[in-house]
Design a protein around this ligand. Structure first.
Ligand SMILES: [Zn+2]
Length: 72
């Protein structure tokens, strides 16, 4: 009787609650991955910090860098 549970008529806000088994914690990376591509900064290894504990200049301290796969 769960066929009627999909009452998402224009409800994009609940789109994440209807698929608990489909989206695993590890799969959320795919959902949030933009077309350009986001990868870990190689300079700091994703920590966002230099060996001297300073904000990484390559990624701005975020630990992530956006790369253009489209070949811009
Ligand atoms: Zn970095």
């Amino acid at each position: 009787m769960q066929s009627q549970s999909r009452q998402g008529a224009g409800g994009a806000a609940i789109s994440g609650r209807e698929t608990p088994d489909t989206l695993a914690p590890a799969d959320q990376a795919k959902a949030g991955t933009p077309p350009t591509g986001e990868a870990l900064c190689r300079a700091c290894g994703g920590s966002g910090r230099d060996p001297e504990r300073r904000p990484c200049e390559n990624c701005g301290g975020t630990g992530k860098v956006t790369i253009g796969i489209g070949g811009a």
